[in-house]
Design a protein around this ligand. Structure first.
Ligand code: FO1
Length: 333
């Protein structure tokens, strides 16, 4: 897959923070406009869980398959041209069928579980997989230690995939916990990806269950605040709705306005700029950051690349106006 990268971006490195489908789409756009190897994606692992005795990493795999252009375009997750013969056969043995793992997807879970049982880190496993799939970008789990999102609802505490898939996000959200986050460590790869970035992009992912787990890794927030690179968020809410997933429902149940403003307030002082959809132009004044309004709906490769280009140009313009140029900023020791 040739990346028709934009000549003006030949020397910059971008580090993106992403969760599931929405984040993966912008990651694809960024990979398309940047030179090979210029993009690093830091991915949420709070959705990970053990299923069929296997280590399943839904957000890592969604980003991986999207960047490898082998994802199921309708669902956003899982593989394209997939069969479910193993899943169907599971019924014969009373195995779980609520989480739909296809045959090709299963091969990845088997191999990852085998490597991890040999002591290979999740970062190394992920790097082997992305190289084998020909992905030019670096994909990093937010940490190598297990962190699990627990959803506190009016019906009790639910592991994330049980809430998201089994219960289709129906229970009312009361709170969220990221079990194990206190034991998580900032890997050297993550430190390097943040220190070397000329721009950091918070992809249009769910702020509560995709971005917050990443920020819950001790040291992540401080490192993001310390780097000189501009940090740009892209709203996952357009016209009072989430483009995909439960972000809007979660906002409502947490008593928040369903608005890009809520996302900005939630991410607080981490951001230097924010990108909202042109349909929400009237909210610009309410966003207390430099704001870009543009078309943020990504329906195909072209619109993903267009949004990525707009985000990068916007981010670098903030640098040009208010900060050191990317070249002569001292990197953190
Ligand atoms: N989401 C569903 O709504 N139903 C599924 O059966 C399902 C299976 C699945 C298998 C592999 C994978 O990588 C993702 C899968 N997802 C499924 C999506 C996943 O639950 C979510 O994408 C993330 O956890 C939230 O972003």
């Amino acid at each position: 897959m040739l990346s028709s990268f934009t000549p003006g971006f030949t020397q910059i490195r971008v580090t993106a923070l992403a969760g599931g489908v929405g984040g993966a789409k912008l990651a694809v756009g960024l990979q398309q406009i940047l030179p090979p190897g210029a993009l690093t994606v830091i991915v949420n692992t709070g959705d990970d869980f053990e299923h069929w005795g296997l280590h399943v990493c839904p957000d890592l795999d969604t980003v991986l398959y999207n960047l490898a252009t082998i994802n199921n375009p309708e669902m956003g997750w899982g593989r394209q041209e997939e069969k479910f013969t193993v899943l169907d056969e599971m019924d014969r043995y009373g195995g779980d069928q609520w989480f739909r793992i296809g045959d090709k997807d299963l091969a990845l879970h088997l191999r990852r579980t085998e490597w991890m049982r040999q002591g290979v880190s999740l970062s190394e496993v992920t790097d082997r997989l992305r190289r084998m799939l020909g992905v030019p970008s670096t994909i990093l789990p937010m940490c190598n230690e297990p962190v699990r999102t627990l959803v506190h609802t009016d019906e009790g505490d639910l592991p994330f995939q049980h809430y998201f898939v089994r219960r289709r996000c129906e229970p009312t959200l009361v709170d969220l916990s990221f079990l194990g986050a206190e034991r998580a460590k900032l890997s050297n790869e993550i430190k390097r990806a943040l220190d070397r970035a000329d721009l950091v992009v918070f992809c249009p992912s769910n702020p509560y269950v995709s971005i917050d787990p990443i920020l819950a890794v001790p040291g992540m927030r401080d490192r993001l605040c310390a780097i000189k690179a501009p940090k740009i968020g892209v709203s996952p809410i357009v016209s009072g709705q989430a483009l995909k997933g439960p972000a809007a429902k979660m906002m409502r149940e947490l008593g928040e306005m369903i608005s890009p403003v809520t996302v900005v307030d939630h991410l607080g002082d981490l951001l230097d700029g924010f990108v909202i959809d042109a349909q929400d132009r009237d909210l610009c004044e309410a966003v207390i950051l430099p704001t870009l309004t543009t078309d943020t709906i990504m329906v195909d490769l072209e619109s993903k690349a267009e949004l990525a280009r707009a985000v990068v140009e916007f981010g670098l313009s903030l640098h040009a106006n208010h900060m050191l140029s990317p070249i002569d900023q001292p990197s953190l020791q």
